[in-house]
Design a protein around this ligand. Structure first.
Ligand SMILES: Cc1ncc(COP(=O)(O)O)c(C=O)c1O
Length: 391
């Protein structure tokens, strides 16, 4: 149930990928033989399928190694290409490190970055963004769905605000694509970061939507692949897998979202029904269907996680390799350090069942009751005082 860290690759995705390791092993850039053409055609088909996730045209999509690279390319690429237009970037305190760290890199280069606060339900107020924009602002980056608390930002509306202020708008949609509708043909979003492994696709493959005509400085230069924005031989099997995962995700989105939301609500209701002192973190209204993030009063975060050995969940983001301390996202919501450490993040997935949810509720209930039980101590007050001692 740790589906925000990653997801199991769908067997249909694996089946689609396998021929591109052996039978169709060609290089998609080889122009003079059948092996190259087969690979090129498969990449073109996958590009169209991935583009459909965000409503873009296929030629506006650049394949990368994942959302981390896409975020870096978007943020550093715009900052470099638009250096003469301004030196200010706006983002949000609750972003993933794959956005916060490239922003910190820009600060080291002398750009100014504003980190916007969120409300206690995890959502950014549009007015907060409006008041942060200056004539120097070149880029606004706000994630579509948060990877810890699953809250959804109204990226279409925020993109309109950014555009009205003369800035580019980027969204990290790693957790959102294939889960909720994103449509760059309706909304003035300039850049979208995607990744396959949160959507039952393979790891190490992602994409960046780059709106037609937008100037971007590449991070990786070489053979001029991907319209010069990301050089390097294309990872054809992974791209094919991403395409297949995208198609499955998009085709079944409505039913799958409803199923996952029902499972998630069963989990939330089960935990709240079984225990007192359970706090749901983040808005329940604007939220991914498969996310639940809860804190438990009166338990230590470490004991909570180490005690749940039979359930794969996490506290905070697994994608951050340094894990010391409590979640910056929960702290931005105003949670105490104790309560934010005593939190569990659930990400339900395609292969989870109602039985599993019920088992998890029972395991968490038993553990939390045990952790909250007072430690039995030998009470000296009940003992007679030794001779010669007085109260
Ligand atoms: C919101 C968000 N952005 C970026 C990433 C990084 O994506 P990737 O693992 O594809 O680099 C993740 C998770 O890993 C994420 O949840």
């Amino acid at each position: 149930m740790d589906g925000h860290a990653t997801t199991r690759v769908d067997p249909r995705v694996i089946e689609a990928m396998v021929p591109f390791f052996d039978e169709h092993f060609g290089n998609a850039s080889s122009r003079h033989h059948r092996f190259g053409w087969t690979a090129r055609d498969a990449v073109a088909a996958a590009r169209a399928d991935v583009a459909a996730l965000v409503g873009s045209s296929a030629r506006e999509l650049v394949f990368t190694s994942g959302a981390t690279e896409s975020n870096n390319l978007a943020i550093k690429g715009v900052a470099d290409a638009e250096r003469s237009a301004g030196n200010h970037v706006v983002t949000v305190e609750t972003e993933h490190r794959a956005v916060l760290d490239p922003c910190a890199a820009l600060e080291r280069q002398g750009l100014r970055v504003t980190y916007l606060p969120v409300r206690d339900d995890g959502l950014l107020e549009t007015d907060t963004l409006v008041s942060a924009l200056t004539p120097e602002t070149i880029l606004v980056s706000v994630m579509a769905a948060n990877n810890e608390i699953g809250v959804l930002h109204p990226v279409g509306e925020l993109a309109r605000v950014a555009r009205a202020g003369g800035a580019r708008f980027h969204t990290d949609a790693a957790q959102a694509v294939g889960r909720i509708h994103l449509d760059v043909s309706a909304d003035p979003i300039d850049l979208v970061s995607l990744t396959a492994h949160k959507l039952h696709g393979p790891k190490g493959i992602g994409a960046l939507f780059v709106r037609d005509g937008l100037e971007l400085t590449p991070l990786v230069e070489g053979g001029g692949h991907e319209t010069g924005l990301r050089s390097g031989t294309l990872n054809v099997p992974a791209i094919v897998g991403f395409g297949k995962a995208a198609r499955i995700g998009l085709d079944g989105m409505a039913e799958e979202s409803a199923r996952l939301a029902a499972l998630r609500d069963r989990l939330a209701d089960g935990l709240r029904g079984a225990l007192d002192g359970v706090h749901v973190n983040g808005s329940m209204e604007a939220r991914l269907p498969h996310n639940l993030n809860v804190s438990f009063e009166g338990v230590s975060g470490e004991q909570l996680l180490t005690g749940l050995t039979d359930v794969a969940v996490s506290s905070g983001a697994a994608c951050t390799t340094t894990s010391a301390g409590s979640s910056h996202v929960l702290q931005a919501l105003g949670l105490s350090s104790t309560l934010s450490k005593a939190s569990l993040r659930f990400g339900l997935g395609r292969f989870n069942t109602a039985d599993e949810v019920d088992r998890v509720v029972e395991l968490v209930r038993t553990l939390v009751i045990r952790l909250r039980a007072p430690i039995e101590v030998f009470d000296l007050a009940d003992e007679p005082l030794p001779p010669g001692w007085s109260d």
